[in-house]
Ligand binder design. Structure first.
Ligand code: FE
Length: 203
């Protein structure tokens, strides 16, 4: 079996059928393309990553959960109720002051759907897939993320058999924050590893 078979490229036939259905529904006036875009945006940016943020905030505040998460992410995440396709085998890797982790799927778009929702377009793009491995610091810089030269950057290549999520570092100034408050700080991109979680702005 070639390595490529471990990945989940969408069957083009299904993509074509979906496209055909969408065109037909739009043509008949049964759906509004803007409504479809809004629906996709919801899963890509809002509903999906909130699950991951919940996992992160819990790991930040409950040391036992964090240990479990780093040892057996599939079970720890499943215990909160986030299970399903594209999340069967999960590994969570922790950012520390000496290691920054970055997730990519070099061959297609394997992604932990159960905790992050749908992958963003750039994650599936050829330039990100190629450059994340060759020039991770350059990619991070494009996201406005500066990682110190003394910090090692590890790149994790997702497959359909193992999907990665980054546990970002808990930002300074949040020691007395509740899990719910912490949730709002955790971005999708920080769980892919292209950004860090920034300390709350003084108000
Ligand atoms: Fe893949």
């Amino acid at each position: 079996m070639s390595d490529h078979n471990h990945h989940t490229e969408p069957p083009s036939e299904i993509e074509l059928k979906v496209k055909a259905l969408e065109s037909l529904l739009v043509e008949k006036g049964l759906v509004d393309p803007a409504a479809l875009d809004a629906l996709i945006d919801t899963y890509e940016n809002r509903v999906g990553p909130k699950n991951g943020a919940q996992v992160v905030a819990r790991a930040w505040t409950e040391p036992e959960f964090k240990d479990w998460l780093l040892k057996d992410a599939t079970a720890a995440i499943g215990s909160i109720g986030f299970t399903g396709r594209q999340g069967e085998h999960m590994k969570v890797i922790e950012n520390t002051p000496t290691v920054h982790n970055l997730v990519v799927c070099t061959l297609c778009s394997c992604y932990p759907w159960t905790v992050l929702g749908l992958p963003p377009v750039w994650y599936k793009s050829a330039p990100y897939r190629a450059r994340a491995v060759i020039d991770p610091r350059g990619v991070l810089a494009e996201f406005g993320t500066e990682i110190g030269p003394d910090v090692e950057i590890k790149v994790w290549d997702s497959t359909s058999e193992m999907r990665y999520m980054v546990l970002p570092e808990r930002p300074a100034g949040t020691a007395d924050w509740t899990q719910d408050a912490l949730l709002s700080l955790v971005s999708r991109n920080s769980m892919i590893g292209v950004e860090i979680v920034h300390p709350p702005k003084d108000t």
